[in-house]
Design a protein around this ligand. Structure first.
Ligand code: COA
Length: 340
């Protein structure tokens, strides 16, 4: 090897260097104004308010206006998170929009969102990994900050399920809602985001999927809708996500006793309860239960639940929380974070 570089004599490429550690700086949510009760859902399906509450824990969810776009929802939540972080939008090096309900893939949602937020020095791209999207974004953002490809990162989870839900589908219509939750990540002198435990199982892709190709459906004069094998998803989430959650705590060098809060994806209250039981979480750990008011908002649910817990005083800034995202793919991502 020559003194100027590699064996072919090329000059070495200078690697990027970033911050020693990363942390969450803020969280911000946007909840569409329209509150939709179980009784309203039951106008289209054979069900009852009591059945829905008992089987899912959901009392209400929010629906966006038809004209409100994924970008509108994302800008509302993202703007709140930037303001709370105390940074200027120009300092953001990457904006990610995690969503599985973007119905128009070109262009991605994130460039418009970044532009409208004034994040003019930022890369901007979408992540589609459903309910695990926000936790994937936090993992990517943390690594980017530490590797030096961005100083600050805005991760936004946004869903508009009203675009893809068949309101007459009894197995699905009551579960999902619309919303957006965002977090600003940035450099830190102490670790504020633990290692991610993530993965996917495409062999079980059919557990939650669209009922056909958008283009084929449109050609046939039909609409594409979400379909779900509820029992299969329930069993997978309730029994296979606890070991993932436990591992995320272990790789962060902590024990369950060190946690102050557990903020899993808000899929179904019974799934959360099953995970809490399987983990044998200590009684002092606060549990996110935002699903009661918001339903399942997929990629938005973890940051929205975090914001709710902060607003209600259930967790304090600086406390330690375990996040677990899981859903269609099948896919999952979990990490321990310090609450901003
Ligand atoms: N209202 C009233 N009854 C309903 C119903 C509804 N909306 N949907 C199903 N039922 C009935 C069924 O017909 C069945 O009746 P039967 O016993 O007479 O045959 C009974 O309720 C049980 O159905 P089942 O599908 O076993 O219900 P469940 O306890 O599994 O609950 C879900 C259904 C969807 C709530 C549950 O499977 C679930 O939450 N799965 C996970 C969904 C999820 O979290 N998805 C997102 C993952 S990111």
């Amino acid at each position: 090897m020559s003194s100027t570089g590699n064996s072919t004599g090329n000059k070495p490429i200078r690697p990027s260097t970033g911050a020693a550690h990363s942390r969450l700086f803020s969280v911000g949510g946007y909840r569409p104004a329209r509150v939709v009760t179980n009784d309203e859902i039951c106008e289209h399906i054979d069900s009852t308010d009591e059945w829905i509450r008992t089987r899912s824990g959901i009392a209400t969810r929010r629906f966006a206006l038809p004209e409100e776009t994924i970008q509108d929802l994302s800008v509302a939540a993202g703007g709140k998170a930037i303001a709370a972080a105390g940074i200027s939008p120009e300092q953001i090096g990457a904006v990610m929009v995690a969503s599985c309900t973007v119905t128009n893939p070109i262009p991605a949602a994130a460039p418009e969102v970044a532009s409208r937020l004034g994040a003019v020095n930022s890369a901007a791209f979408d992540i589609n990994i459903a309910c695990a999207g926000f936790c994937h974004g936090v993992a990517l953002g943390s690594d980017m900050i530490r590797a030096g490809s961005a100083e600050y990162v805005l991760v936004i989870g946004t869903e508009k399920f009203t675009s893809i839900i068949d309101k007459t589908d009894r197995g699905i219509a009551f579960i999902f809602g619309d919303g957006s939750g965002a977090a600003v990540l940035g450099p830190s002198e102490v670790p504020g985001i633990g290692p991610v435990v993530w993965g996917a199982d495409g062999a079980r892709a059919s557990a939650i999927e669209m009922n056909g190709d958008w283009v084929d459906k449109a050609t046939a004069g039909e609409r594409a809708f979400l379909r779900m094998n509820g029992q299969q998803v329930f069993r997978w989430a309730a029994y296979e996500m606890a070991p993932v959650a436990r591992r995320a705590v272990e790789v962060a060098g902590l024990t369950l006793d060190d946690l102050d809060a557990f903020i899993p994806h808000q899929a179904n209250m019974r799934i959360t309860d099953a995970m809490v039981r399987a983990l044998k979480l200590p009684a002092h750990v606060a549990i996110a239960r935002d699903i009661v008011d918001m339903g399942n908002t997929s990629a938005a649910s973890v940051p929205l639940a975090m914001e709710t817990m902060l607003e209600r005083g259930e967790i304090a800034s600086g406390s330690t929380a375990l996040l677990v995202g899981f859903g269609a793919g099948l896919s999952f991502a979990a990490q321990v974070v310090t609450i901003p």
